[in-house]
Design a protein around this ligand. Structure first.
Ligand SMILES: O=P(O)(O)OC[C@H]1O[C@H](O)[C@H](O)[C@@H](O)[C@@H]1O
Length: 341
């Protein structure tokens, strides 16, 4: 081997070692009730917190330290209760559409950090992420008899975007496929529910959970809120915007089954606000907190995803915030929906 070749090899080994020894881009500390919490911090001061309990994002802050997600002041950070707020993961069942507990069990199981997950087909240059893993326990296999690996990568983008990528694999040795439904049950923090509007779902058909899942077509040019809402919008666009003109802020939600997934899934959007009566009926939710939240959930529901042994499904949700001046009439929502502003 030439000396130039030897030097290159040593450099490659050193680079590999240094990358292995480099401290991870996240910190693990104790959160509420001593539960393990992972923190990601961006160069501009943006941050994300994830509880290993539920694999649940519970905080996403912008560079000014403002919280962008809603977590109830009455949230119970104690198993087996799921944490009320942030981004619960509904898996392997959404809502009560099946034999399992509401929204499945992933949101009240302990996930682990996966230091060496299988690589992504398209590696990302962004290194501010953490990989979590959920595998079923013996108890889980009794209530849902399917071996799986659920990998969640939480990434904080350079401009503060929050990207969640899920990879669900059927690891069964029994040769049997399984089917599941899924949602990123995202709770957004808003100034006042009566002041916001959602763009991107107009003219679409939805199933109304408050009216026995009857199918309706959305009228009007945006969704506004003046009472309880619990709807599953069908065949929704990949981008949706929540305009909060009080806060002069627009959330942009992008969602898709990754193109290399081999399994494209039509994502639905679930829109939920419990309003006053249901809020009062929930022990882990303040009576008037419904005014300051809205759930817009990227969901694979109504049509389950089926995986044969060895198959994997990927799906992601990307959240970003753009400043808006909707109240002064300057924001063109179509601009938000068509591209980055
Ligand atoms: O109270 P949870 O089990 O967390 O569910 C909260 C809500 O989740 C979804 O948005 C469903 O569409 C609602 O029907 C449900 O009330």
């Amino acid at each position: 081997m030439s000396s130039a070749g030897a030097a290159a090899t040593v450099e490659a080994i050193a680079a590999k070692e240094s990358s292995q020894n480099a401290s991870p881009p996240y910190q693990v500390t104790k959160g509420i009730n001593g539960l393990d919490k992972v923190s990601l911090r961006g160069a501009r001061g943006n941050s994300v917190e994830i509880y290993l309990y539920g694999g649940q994002v519970t905080s996403w802050k912008n560079e000014h330290g403002e919280e962008l997600l809603f977590v109830s002041n009455k949230a119970v950070f104690k198993p087996p209760k799921a944490i009320r707020g942030g981004i619960p993961l509904c898996f392997p069942q959404f809502a009560n559409n099946g034999p399992l507990e509401g929204h499945g069990f992933a949101r009240n199981r302990f996930w682990i950090i996966d230091p060496s997950p299988p690589p992504f087909a398209t590696p990302s240059t962004n290194k501010t992420y953490v990989d979590l893993l959920l595998k079923p326990t013996e108890v889980d296999l009794k209530i849902w008899p399917h071996s799986f690996e659920f990998r969640l990568r939480v990434t904080l983008g350079p401009s503060g975007d929050l990207l969640l990528t899920s990879r669900v694999r059927n690891t069964s040795a029994d040769g049997k496929p399984f089917s599941f439904t899924f949602a990123y049950h995202t709770y957004f923090s808003v100034s006042d529910i009566s002041e916001i509007r959602i763009e991107g779902l107009e003219t679409l058909d939805y199933l109304d959970n408050l009216q026995n899942k009857q199918r309706f077509t959305e009228q009007g040019d945006a969704i506004t809120f003046e009472s309880e809402i619990d709807r599953v919008y069908l065949t929704t666009p990949t981008k949706i915007a929540i305009l909060d003109h009080e806060k002069k802020r627009t959330f942009v939600i992008r969602k898709d089954g990754l193109p290399d997934a081999g399994k494209m899934v039509v994502y639905r959007s679930v829109v939920w606000n419990p309003w006053d009566k249901k809020a009062k009926a929930m022990a882990d939710f303040g009576d008037s907190e419904y005014r300051h939240m809205v759930c817009v959930e990227s969901a694979a529901v109504e049509k389950a995803i089926t995986l044969k042994p060895g198959e994997e499904w990927k799906g992601r949700q990307e959240l970003s915030v753009v400043p808006s001046s909707y109240c002064s009439g300057q924001l063109d929502p179509q601009r938000v929906l068509k591209g980055r502003v």
